[in-house]
Design a binder for this molecule. Structure first.
Ligand code: PLP
Length: 752
């Protein structure tokens, strides 16, 4: 049987003392251990809020309230004050863990009500036997621990442990197959028996069916819907890429006009191709750091959208006034952490657009802290749109405690339209494997349960606090360096001096220099403080290159060799996130690694010494100094005016020559041609081209190459030849080496 370790934590200054008080508490500890529970005894709280973190490891707390300096007025008693602080730190995170008070001289009448209310009992020493008291505490601890598991995870643990023989797939039969070969055994030992015992197929009735949403799976989805303020929740075991396709396949049909954030994830573009929709794009702002800003509020107005429809090459002959777009999809939390006031968007489009879809792959945490106000799709006590059904798709695995591919679709019914769950499920089935991975379902279930307030609120608050502490630490380093260079963290100038500050501090105001997104509507956008873009020197927000500079890709390669892996790298910026898994150790290590970088840069250390792995892969840089390398890449960027080029190439409208689905169909009809970069102008692509950085699709199937895009690809080609190891990687480009030994780059286009 699985044994869980949740010791009972005793806090008593006499825990190790040779007095009656010490003897008494140790007798209780012994009695608890004899009943099979572990005990951890400590003599002081130390740092209260640090110690309160123990709530996630403990089965119960026993707190002594005896103190030499006892005074009759409880409000003046330091022991009582300490106790109150400790209990409130615990309850901030955990509403349920049992807390007992333990005393020799005092009784409950010495304790104020606000403390008594939070307790599970008061133990008065020497009145009962230690054995009796121990059993009482253990009963409460067990009942607390038994209540922890949400429905599906509970059923899965039960199933994996009950030892039944199964004849169903998967063929490894609870892991047994692996034990029959040496490498299989290694796999078994690495992942552990439970992972394999819990890897079952959907023939197991007692676990319910993901595909039909029955049994414990359904209970878990319902539980998650409640926790995330939605009317419906569907767990998805193949990422938000799949969640997005489900939403689209339920709401969009061939020929439908759809409104899409041009800064969307490729799964939305895949959805456009799959459904045969005609996309009308809303264009986000950009600054010259390459940071993508919000779509201006004005772009969401019906009149502005109708104007776009009227001009749309694929919608000529259609009366723009009669078109009703089927769906709006917005990337809610852009890749750099910019959020929209979703209520403003809903209000603008309700009654005209049927479905409003927020791709919240990076925002599942926002529902749990008031910091985020209306800057996420579904909150408590928000108004319901009259007609528009609201969807949010979230990658549980990106910011919460989900394992890879854990995702969910949340749905909020409107006042007049309720989701038809049966019909939605047709789209769900179209994209779900008939053998879903049960560990992923369990992690969706557990990730949701973890976020239940107050626990989830505390976790989000801690993320925000760590993120702000990191920003404050970076500023302090900067101040100490004075005129000397240091990295900047992108964000508002004003930063709360302590604690998490005010949400107001993070609202993007019109024309502020730090963001460079120009005239933004009041209160429409917010920066999520847990997303940090770190700016390296060399380029300013207006696109001007300094004399010297430090391209971000060099910094992040350096960091990787020092054990710090970042989320994404731009030209002169890179991105990190303070998820609920973040620790002080992690960001402090980043900060010291950046210090190290600065030091090595300032001393122009040879690369073979400081980046050996990189030099092994790219020996040509071995003898270069770090500063020299930065400088030569910087000069190449400056010469190509790459910041301006990248910004313009993303802002310039591309002409759609055919529907994305029609262009894509050319592949099946074998009507494509592989065209060299230099011959691309005027051609219609069947491929999706996505440069990394920034990882946003640049051209999509059906669009015609213009001069700008071709220039950009040429620059990339030349740059990559000049600086192998630092180039932009353009997904969708096909590299082929010809008979002459020359490597050329192609894009698949519609055959002319
Ligand atoms: C990552 C991402 C997705 C896809 O999510 P997966 O869970 O990786 O499939 C969708 N949309 C956005 C905006 C993303 O960043």
């Amino acid at each position: 049987m699985q044994r869980f370790h949740f010791p009972i934590v005793i806090i008593d200054e006499d825990f190790r003392s040779e007095n009656t008080s010490g003897l008494g508490i140790r007798a209780l500890a012994d009695a608890i251990q004899k009943e099979g529970f572990e005990v951890v005894g400590v003599t002081s709280y130390g740092d209260l809020s640090q110690f309160a973190q123990q709530q996630s490891r403990a089965g119960a707390f026993i707190l002594s309230i005896d103190d030499e300096e006892f005074t009759p007025g409880p409000e003046l008693d330091p022991a009582v004050l300490n106790l109150r602080n400790f209990i409130s730190e615990i309850r901030f995170r955990n509403a349920d863990i049992p807390i007992y008070l333990y005393g020799e001289t005092r009784t409950s009448q010495h304790i104020p009500n606000d403390i008594l209310r939070e307790l599970h009992g008061f133990i008065h020493m020497f009145e009962d036997t230690p054995e009796f008291v121990a059993r009482h505490i253990i009963r409460e601890a067990k009942s607390y621990l038994d209540g922890l598991a949400p429905p599906f995870f509970r059923a899965l643990m039960h199933y994996a442990q009950d030892g039944s023989y199964s004849w169903h797939c998967p063929g490894h039969s609870g892991g047994v197959a692996f034990l029959k070969s040496p490498i299989g055994r290694m796999f078994h030992q690495f992942f552990g028996e439970n992972m394999l015992r819990a890897d079952v197929c959907n023939a197991v009735e007692e676990l319910g069916q993901l595909l039909d949403h029955t049994g414990p799976v359904a209970d878990s989805e319902k539980n998650a819907a409640r926790i995330f303020n939605a009317d419906h929740c569907f767990f998805v075991t193949n990422g938000t890429s799949t969640s997005n396709k489900m939403v689209w396949h339920h709401t969009v049909a061939p020929g439908d006009v759809v409104l899409v954030d041009r800064n969307c994830h490729k799964s939305i573009l895949h959805s456009i191709i799959m459904t045969g929709a005609v996309p009308v794009f809303l264009t986000p702002t950009r600054n010259h750091y390459g940071i993508i800003g919000p779509i201006p509020e004005s772009e969401f107005s019906k009149a502005a959208i109708q104007k776009k429809i009227a001009r749309h090459p694929l919608l000529q002959g259609v009366d723009a006034k009669k078109v009703r777009p089927k769906i709006l999809t917005v990337t809610q939390s852009t890749y750099d952490g910019v959020l929209y006031n979703t209520e403003t968007i809903k209000a603008k489009l309700d009654g005209w657009v049927d479905t409003i879809h927020f791709d919240e792959a990076w925002l599942p945490h926002a529902a749990f802290h008031k910091f985020y106000g209306a800057y996420h799709a579904m909150g408590k006590s928000r108004p319901r749109p009259k007609q528009a059904v609201v969807y949010a798709t979230q990658s549980t695995h990106k910011l919460l405690a989900g394992i890879s591919q854990a995702s969910q679709v949340l749905v909020q019914d409107s006042q007049t339209v309720k989701l038809d769950r049966h019909l939605f499920n047709e789209a769900y089935l179209m994209h779900t494997s008939t053998s879903p991975q049960y560990a992923i379902i369990a992690s969706c279930d557990v990730a949701a349960a973890m976020m239940e307030p107050p626990g989830g609120t505390a976790l989000v608050e801690e993320s925000i606090r760590e993120a702000l502490d990191f920003r404050r630490a970076m500023r302090k380093v900067d101040e100490e360096y004075g005129q000397d260079w240091w990295f900047q963290v992108w964000g508002p100038d004003k930063l709360a001096v302590e604690d998490i500050g005010q949400p107001q501090d993070w609202i993007l105001q019109a024309n502020e220099a730090w963001h460079g997104f120009g005239k933004l509507a009041k209160g429409f956008n917010m920066l999520d403080p847990i997303k940090s873009t770190i700016i390296t020197p060399g380029l300013d927000v207006s696109g001007r290159f300094a004399k010297s500079g430090i391209p971000a890709s060099i910094v992040t390669k350096f960091l990787a060799e020092h054990g710090v892996v970042v989320e994404k790298t731009g030209l002169y910026s890179f991105f990190i996130m303070f998820t609920i898994g973040i620790t002080k150790g992690r960001w402090n290590t980043l900060l010291t690694a950046l210090q190290q970088f600065k030091d090595d840069y300032d001393r122009n250390q040879p690369l073979w010494r400081i980046m050996p792995e990189f030099c092994q892969a790219n020996p040509r840089y071995e003898r270069m100094g770090l500063r020299d390398l930065c400088q030569s890449v910087h000069e190449a960027y400056a010469k190509g005016d790459i910041a301006r080029l990248t910004t313009e190439v993303y802002l310039a409208e591309l002409e759609p020559a055919m529907k994305p689905s029609d262009a894509y169909a050319c592949i099946a009809h074998r009507k494509t041609e592989r065209v060299q970069i230099d011959d691309l102008e005027g051609r219609v692509t069947t491929a999706m081209l996505t440069p990394y950085p920034p990882g946003i699709p640049l051209v999509i199937p059906g669009e015609r190459f213009n001069r700008r895009v071709v220039d950009y690809l040429r620059f990339t080609r030349e740059f990559n030849a000049q600086f192998p190891g630092f180039g932009a990687d353009v997904h969708g480009l096909v590299a082929e080496t010809g008979a002459d030994g020359v490597r050329r780059y192609f894009v698949d286009c519609v055959l002319d």
